[in-house]
Write a protein that binds this ligand. Structure first.
Ligand SMILES: Nc1ncnc2c1ncn2[C@@H]1O[C@H](COP(=O)(O)OP(=O)(O)OP(=O)(O)O)[C@@H](O)[C@H]1O
Ligand SMILES: [Mg+2]
Length: 257
């Protein structure tokens, strides 16, 4: 399948905009079986995400945030229930289509950065572009632009070990942006960062949403992540218990400042 037919499968921006929803999770359940022991990580999670929304998935440790995040990003399959990205049921995709989705449609930011240590910052950002078939010259130019966007224009040749945690997190975000995804999924993106650096990362996400229309979904248990979100999805023991706005949370957020 070539890129044109994949674009046709997932729709161009105008098709997706018409539908309003970029991601739909319907009654998603996930059971992990370890020997005789079963863990019900998700117990019927339903969530609709509009294009250009900034959503925080919030809940205590072990509540199912990363599991939900992996389901809606096509990194793992639900035990039951459906996930649609741009109206496409991702369970119907063959391995090639799924790889295309993971490479181009969704950008992932992992808590532990997952940067390649022997590569410079710019090489890390260029890597997904190489998978997408971009020439190395084009990839280099694009990676430079993205690094400038995340405020690391002067660090292109540094290796991860030569950078601070917040800078490495920004390289991970730059890498997630490499193939101009519609959606960014960020798992605990401020988990390892101090207050100021964490706030810079949140502002960066808000800017990506405002300037590029990227849909942002973060999994977090960090209250300061919430204030720029459009909606906060609360998850507890594998169930979405409520969906709120930051205004409804205002008192709580002010308490932590
Ligand atoms: N691969 C797996 N095999 C077995 N159990 C798993 C697996 N992944 C997650 N779980 C279990 O599923 C539940 C939800 O885990 P999950 O990682 O989604 O939580 P979380 O909300 O992201 O927690 P945290 O805030 O600590 O990252 C937990 O009880 C966890 O132990
Ligand atoms: Mg997690």
């Amino acid at each position: 399948m070539d890129n044109n037919s994949l674009t046709a499968l997932f729709g161009d921006d105008s098709t997706a905009q018409k539908s309003g929803y970029v991601i739909r999770a319907v009654e998603v359940c996930k059971v992990f079986a370890l020997g005789e022991h079963e863990t019900h990580a998700l117990r019927g999670a339903t969530l609709d995400v509009r294009r250009g929304e900034y959503i925080s998935i919030m809940g205590p440790s072990g509540s199912g945030k990363t599991t939900l995040f992996n389901m809606i990003g096509g990194l793992n399959k639900p035990t039951s229930g459906k996930v649609y990205i741009d109206q496409v049921d991702i369970a119907q995709l063959d391995p090639y289509e799924l790889a295309w989705l993971r490479c181009r449609k969704v950008g992932y930011v992992f808590q532990s950065f997952n940067l390649i240590q022997v590569m410079s910052c710019i090489e890390n950002v260029m890597l997904p572009m190489a998978f997408a078939g971009l020439s190395s010259e084009d990839a280099h130019d694009k990676a430079r632009d993205i690094l400038a966007l995340v405020g690391l224009g002067d660090r292109a040749l540094h290796k991860p070990a030569e950078m601070s945690g917040g800078q490495q997190q920004r390289v991970a975000i730059a890498r997630a942006l490499a193939n101009s995804p519609d959606i960014i999924l960020a798992d605990e993106p401020t988990g390892n960062l101090d207050l100021k650096t964490g706030e810079e990362i949140i502002e960066l996400f808000a800017r990506l949403r405002d300037q590029l229309g990227v849909t942002i979904i973060t999994a977090t248990h960090d209250l300061k992540m919430l204030k720029r979100s459009d909606r906060i999805v609360w998850i507890e023991d594998g169930r979405i218990t409520r969906v709120t706005t930051p205004d409804e949370m205002k008192i709580k957020i002010e308490e932590i400042h």
